[in-house]
Design a protein around this ligand. Structure first.
Ligand code: MD6
Ligand code: FE
Length: 147
């Protein structure tokens, strides 16, 4: 299985820093993502990309759509670790009403189907120290990036 990484709004088969191919996603991670997707009603999800973001205190991600993938029938599976934050989940237009979801260490969000292109973002991570992961929030999103 190949793995891909989104860099400047596109997926590439190599790490842009080292120019080496990406390491495979650990099979246990793939299994967790497949299982979470299935629980949410999306069977047979096999991710080929995992984006890992580390948020320091004060970091946020502005409202956006995840649309660099090719097959929007595949869901997005998002695991959050470390410090909590609030995830805003909106609609298909930027100004649609949003639901605020407080997400903590170990929470998993899955979106797809009619909501696959919904706008979403995360608010600034508030000051804190997680007992396992220190002053950070980590987010792993699993995707199916290729056709
Ligand atoms: C989150 N992350 O950190 C949500 N989108 O909970 C995202 O929405 C996201 O981490 C595109 C690329 C990477 C991401
Ligand atoms: Fe996103």
């Amino acid at each position: 299985m190949s793995n891909f990484f989104s860099c400047v709004n596109r997926y590439s088969q190599r790490d842009p820093v080292t120019n080496e191919p990406w390491q495979p996603i650990p099979i246990s991670f793939v299994q967790l993502a497949t299982s979470a997707a299935s629980t949410a009603g999306f069977d047979h999800f096999i991710p080929d990309a995992c984006l890992i973001n580390r948020y320091a205190v004060g970091a946020a991600m502005a409202l956006h759509q995840d649309k660099d993938e090719t097959d929007f029938t595949q869901p997005i599976v998002s695991f959050s670790l470390g410090l909590p934050t609030t995830f805003d989940f909106g609609g298909v237009t930027r100004d649609a009403p949003k639901v605020a979801i407080y997400i903590e260490h170990g929470d998993v969000l899955v979106w797809g189907g009619q909501s696959r292109l919904n706008y979403h973002g995360v608010r600034r991570v508030k000051s804190g120290v997680h007992p396992l992961l220190g002053p950070y929030r980590y987010n792993l999103t699993f995707r199916h990036s290729q056709p």
